[in-house]
Design a protein around this ligand. Structure first.
Ligand code: SF4
Length: 355
């Protein structure tokens, strides 16, 4: 193994540390969508608040992939932004390797923390500066974080990063528009790796790509995870993609984490009625031509969500208490489920059907 390979293959995390790398506790984000004060006074309207994320708690083991799934408007991307430090939470905390990213004081500490956390966005073209050559795009974080001794070392590292994502080191002289969508996402991945992070948030990283290249990019992400010891938070609305990537899955509905479980368990035995509905709508390989049930009903307006369990207007098992009481989190095996069906009492006869 060459010196360059030794450097890229080095795990970013020391093996004996078994504590979760990422710990999110009671995370919440409320947006104030109100008109200006004077306009509210003139037309007699009140404040309009949107709770995009409501008390989300989860942890991500080192080297694992935690997938957050849900329909659009469920709060996935808002959580991603709070986790990488782009959007401050209204409540709760995000700890990465024991450091509270929203409480850290001091520029040096914050820079060090942000070097360790990177994000890959949905649209690789929008996230790459079209006026910069690929070499400059990749060299910028290396320079900013002082990760190479001089220009020659920086150039060598850029070539190494391009090789790592399956591109040619000579591609550093080209501009982003000279690449296909899949290649541009590889460049975005290389840029994320340039700061030598240990945690990467992948926000729908393949949803803007042709189906034919999606699997290649997902396989690359998995390969890089194994080689570099990376930890991922993977945001997706696509359960087939999540199944391919995740070690643990969290299902979001209107800002609340309604179910979370090891991926294998969630796909084999989903518990929450919403998770079951999502999985029932996923096309099965080998069942082409068979009509799948679509997800029933529309996601309600998040500005005025349903009382009690937000899912109750769409739920086939709805019970009287679902309309008024917010379900707590129940432990069911290795899963956590926000649903009154799991409160330990026998609901046969009260629910339209048992879980
Ligand atoms: Fe359905 Fe009630 Fe469970 Fe909500 S709490 S998912 S409405 S059974």
């Amino acid at each position: 193994m060459s010196a360059a390979e030794t450097r890229t293959a080095r795990p970013a995390i020391s093996p004996p540390d078994t504590a979760p790398l990422v710990e999110i506790e009671g995370l919440g984000r409320v947006f104030d969508l109100s008109k200006r004060w004077l306009n509210r006074v003139l037309d007699g309207s009140g404040k309009v608040m949107l709770t995009a994320v409501d008390g989300v708690s989860l942890s991500i083991e080192r080297g694992g992939t935690y997938a957050l799934v849900g329909e659009s408007g469920s709060g996935k991307s808002t959580i991603a932004k709070m986790v990488v430090g782009l959007l401050p939470p209204t409540s709760g905390s995000v700890h990465i390797a024991g450091a509270d990213i929203w409480a850290e004081r001091g520029l040096a500490r914050q820079r060090q923390l942000h070097r360790r956390i990177q994000m890959i966005f949905q649209d690789p073209y929008a996230s790459l500066n079209p006026r910069w050559r690929v070499g400059s795009i990749l060299a910028e974080p290396i320079k900013a974080f002082g990760l190479a001794a001089d220009a020659a070392a920086r150039e060598a590292r850029v070539g190494e990063l391009l090789s790592l994502v399956g591109l040619d080191p000579r591609d550093s002289a080209k501009f982003p528009h000279e690449f296909s969508g899949g290649q541009r996402q590889r460049i975005a991945i290389a840029r994320a790796l340039a700061s030598e992070p240990e945690f990467i948030v992948c926000d729908e990283p393949t949803s803007a790509l042709d189906v034919s290249v999606q699997a290649q990019v997902l396989n690359l992400l998995r390969d890089l995870q194994q080689r570099l010891g990376l930890t991922y938070l993977f945001i997706s609305h696509n359960l087939a993609v999540v199944r391919h990537m995740a070690t643990r899955v969290g299902v979001l509905y209107l800002g609340r984490l309604v179910e979370e479980a090891p991926a294998r368990e969630l796909f084999a035995a989903p518990k929450h009625p919403y998770t079951k509905m999502l999985l029932d709508a996923v096309p099965d390989i080998g069942m082409e031509g068979v009509e799948r049930p679509s997800i029933a009903g529309e996601i309600p307006n998040p500005i005025n969500p349903p009382s009690g369990c937000h899912f109750h207007p769409r739920c086939p098992h709805v019970m009287p208490q679902c309309r008024t009481v917010v379900p707590p989190s129940y432990a069911v095996g290795d899963a956590k489920v926000l649903c009154h069906l799991y409160d330990g009492t026998d609901h046969a006869g009260t629910a339209r059907s048992a879980p």
